[in-house]
Design a protein around this ligand. Structure first.
Ligand code: SF4
Length: 332
């Protein structure tokens, strides 16, 4: 089948409730990012977003609670002890976290993510989640992005009012990280088997990743029932091993976002792109990220939002692309 009828067919199929197959993903990844065919794909993805996400743009906010020199030394992370960028431990106090969360929710964030290193302590994350729930009213989901976990930890998170877990099988897992793919899968399966929602991006993407690698990570997200997916490009932080690597071109980032939207179908209502990309939002990504505090994509602790990108800017971007905003009433 020619590529455009193939995209039409896939759009109709996913709107009936199916998801794209690995072969579908691979065929779309093989297209040239700045081609007319990818434009066609992006337009189809945007139509699927209107249905799957109820045409709603949502801001994923993330607060990095702590940073410390981390002996795991993932090559893309500024906290790796070997890179010497983070020399001492730093943690936000509960009062600081609550103040940030309150502001983000007031501005319209749909999720508040508590992101920690592997060493923060699971009980402390759950305690912080309860404190936020008590202190910050509003229509938002609480997310945790922390270390590996099993059934016991998943149950404790539910009890603490956490609704979503961010966890992903990373590109280059076991080579760029010191975790084995198997360890990741144990956590993914524990979340998948629970009432918690799973958020799993394809990340951290560089231009060197093959179509097969990208498809494998995305299919892992789908197989584990992710309700939020999408794509995050690797940010080449000065001082980390990736500093001199090539950056992922925005056209490729937007193409991957469109593919995750189209192939995720109705079962993946939220598709995220990070760092923000106007093209990806126009092609069906309805979630962008605002983050502050400890950010593994930055050399230093962020006292303000990362790269100056805040909730009002995210909302303006969504409006420009024709989305309704989280929390807004829709007519009819
Ligand atoms: S990604 Fe996590 S485990 Fe890896 S170096 Fe950074 S903080 Fe450590």
């Amino acid at each position: 089948m020619e590529i455009r009828p193939f995209i039409d067919h896939l759009e109709a199929k996913v709107l009936r409730g199916a998801q794209g197959s690995r072969e579908d993903v691979l065929r779309l990844l093989a297209l040239t990012p700045d081609s007319d065919d990818v434009q066609y794909l992006g337009q189809a993805a945007r139509r699927v977003a209107a249905v799957a996400a109820h045409n709603t743009g949502r801001v994923w906010s993330a607060i990095g609670l702590d940073c410390r020199p981390c002996p795991k030394n993932c090559t893309f992370c500024s906290f790796g002890a070997k890179w010497g960028l983070v020399r001492e431990e730093k943690e936000l106090s509960a009062g600081e976290v609550i103040a940030i969360a309150r502001r983000l929710v007031r501005e319209g964030a749909a999720w508040v993510t508590l992101r920690t290193t592997e060493y923060y302590g699971f009980d402390r994350v759950c305690k912080m989640a309860r404190q936020i729930r008590d202190a910050v009213p509003g229509d938002y989901g609480l997310v945790v992005n922390t270390g590996q976990m099993g059934e016991e930890e998943v149950a404790a998170m539910q009890a603490a009012g956490i609704g979503v877990v961010y966890h992903s099988l990373r590109l280059g897992e076991g080579k760029c990280t010191c975790f084995s793919p198997q360890e990741r899968l144990v956590t993914l399966r524990a979340v998948s088997a629970s009432p918690l929602r799973l958020a799993h991006l394809v990340e951290p993407v560089g231009p060197e990743h093959t179509d097969e690698e990208l498809a494998h990570v995305f299919m892992t997200a789908l197989e584990n029932g992710a309700s939020l997916s999408g794509v995050m490009a690797r940010v080449n932080v000065p001082g980390t091993p990736g500093a001199s690597s090539a950056e992922l071109p925005e056209a490729r980032l937007a193409q991957i976002a469109a593919i995750t939207r189209l192939c995720g179908g109705l079962r993946v209502p939220d598709i995220c792109v990070h760092p923000v990309s106007r093209q990806a939002v126009a092609w069906g990504a309805n979630v962008v990220v605002v983050e502050e505090g400890a950010v593994p994509r930055n050399e230093t602790f962020c006292a303000d939002v990362w790269r100056g990108f805040d909730v009002p800017q995210a909302q303006a971007l969504f409006r420009e692309a024709g989305y309704t905003l989280h929390g807004e009433q829709t007519a009819g």
